[in-house]
Design a protein. Structure first.
Length: 152
């Protein structure tokens, strides 16, 4: 059985996270994965700025950053369970981008969470070809769940 845990490290209630968890669970099913687990951690701009600076040497905040355990060859996990890693999302950046793009916080948080999920699975967007594959997968998950830019 797969497990998605969401942790909120900011002092506010974020109602959209129940739906975000369901969207991620549908992405797991869409990818035919079993027995995977990962965490989503909601943080503020200051915290994600520090992570971005310490781990990527980029001295600014970002919207989402992932730490994929399967990127490390030295980590050996039981075959029956895959622990994918952690997805950190800045709630401040998510709100800012939702306003900027003219859609809801639910749409933005869902997009960032699914984006992080695909990074945990090893997808990237460094080349146009990689971006096309990764972003089409993301949009398909969101569309199948009914979360599109047009209606949310």
């Amino acid at each position: 059985m797969s497990k998605v845990e969401i942790f909120v490290s900011v002092e506010e209630k974020i109602e959209e996270l129940d739906t975000v968890k369901k969207v991620l669970e549908s992405a797991i099913k869409k990818e035919n994965l079993r027995n995977v687990s990962f965490n989503v951690i909601i943080v503020n701009n200051s915290y994600i700025h520090e992570l971005n600076n310490n781990y990527r040497n980029i001295d600014r905040e970002t919207d989402v950053i992932t730490f994929a355990l399967e990127d490390e060859d030295s980590i050996i996990l039981p075959e029956q369970e895959r622990i994918l890693g952690d997805i950190y999302i800045s709630i401040d950046k998510a709100r800012e981008q939702a306003r900027e793009y003219g859609h809801s916080l639910l749409r933005e948080l869902s997009f960032l969470a699914v984006h992080g999920f695909y990074h945990l699975l090893g997808y990237d967007h460094q080349t146009p070809e990689e971006e096309k594959v990764m972003f089409s997968k993301q949009e398909e998950v969101l569309k199948d769940y009914g979360i599109t830019r047009e209606n949310i």
